[in-house]
Design a protein around this ligand. Structure first.
Ligand code: CUA
Length: 330
């Protein structure tokens, strides 16, 4: 390849690296809540300001480079030291630029720090290495990795960490905000469009940081109510292979870490009472299929480096029975 063709490759390369598709899985450019829209507003102002400044600076630079370039035999230009007018100008202009950017930024910072109101839906978000726990104290619902929210209702997310510093980030809904052990952070937002939105831990938190994903489901109020009712119902009573799986579950180490309402109480791993109703497992890493669940039960650390769920040495038959049980927990 000739050296001269490199510049022509730069634009497509830059766009590819920048992930230029606006509506990809996690995009801050497609706001689906008041918070995300506010953040995009500031982003837009800064982008326009930066583009105008770049155009002016590079335009002037081009003119100066052409007009005042050295020519053979030309005399040395007159030598100056300091120029009060210029010094004042290039102090005032950046100050004005900062002011123009600061006013909307500060306004939106205050707007997005709104105090929660009485009718808001409160959800406690507990970050764990490497999964997300969602508790709805007013609804007595506990779930993991898949956050359900009703559209057009303000939600107060209380962020807590069970171990190290994480960062809660669902780009389409706004964010990101650190989740810090021993400290309460909050996010108040109102999702405005039903849909599925992917989230990702945004603070390095150990081996499987990149595998600490989540999904938010913004639903109509009716669909949300149905989901809440299903989550509040008792765990399904298994039959057949699933019943056998339950027996294995109750006689194994699973009991110590997981909660299944009426069966076991454990707080180390995700609540599994309705795990069969989720679309993904392992914090958004894998689709919730029988093959994936069985593979996960057999050797979680092989699929997710550092997973706190050890390889318990279950046989294929045991894994199949346990899978049948977990998949029956809709
Ligand atoms: Cu949790 Cu990165």
């Amino acid at each position: 390849m000739k050296t001269s063709s490199w510049p022509r490759l730069l634009l497509p390369l830059t766009l590819t690296l920048a992930g230029c598709a606006w509506d990809r899985r996690t995009s801050t450019l497609v706001p689906r809540s008041d918070l995300a829209r506010s953040i995009l507003e500031v982003y837009g102002i800064v982008t326009v300001a930066a583009a105008v400044i770049a155009a002016v600076v590079f335009g002037l630079l081009a003119i100066i480079l052409v007009r005042f370039r050295g020519r053979p035999g030309a005399p040395l230009p007159s030598q100056v030291h300091g120029h009060r007018g210029l010094e004042i100008t290039w102090t005032i202009i950046p100050a004005l630029i900062l002011l123009v950017i600061a006013i909307p930024t500060i306004r939106i910072i205050f707007r997005t720090q709104a105090a929660p109101a009485a009718g808001d839906l409160a959800v406690t978000v507990v970050a764990h290495q490497w999964w997300w726990e969602f508790r709805y104290p007013s609804l007595q619902v506990v779930t993991a990795n898949e956050l359900h929210l009703p559209v057009d209702r303000t939600v107060l997310l209380r962020l807590e960490s069970a171990d190290v510093i994480h960062s809660f980030w669902i780009p389409e809904l706004g964010g990101k905000r650190d989740v810090i052990p021993g400290h309460h952070n909050e996010i108040v937002l109102t999702p405005n469009t039903p849909g599925e939105y992917w989230g990702q831990c945004a603070e390095f938190c150990g081996t499987s940081h990149a595998n600490m994903r989540m999904k938010a489901f913004v639903e109509t109020p009716e669909a949300f109510e149905r989901w809440v009712a299903a989550q509040r119902s008792a765990a399904a009573t298994p039959t057949g292979a699933a019943g056998e799986g339950k027996n294995i579950y109750t006689q194994s180490a699973c009991m110590a870490c997981h909660t299944i309402q009426g069966v076991s109480v454990g707080i180390v791993g995700p609540d599994l009472t309705h795990v069969g109703s989720r679309t993904t497992i392992a914090a958004g890493m894998l689709d919730n299929t029988a093959e994936n669940v069985a593979a996960w039960i057999k050797d979680a650390p092989a699929l997710k480096p550092g997973s706190k769920m050890p390889n318990l040495g279950v046989t294929d038959a045991q894994a199949r029975a346990l899978t049948a049980y977990l998949e029956s927990l809709k």
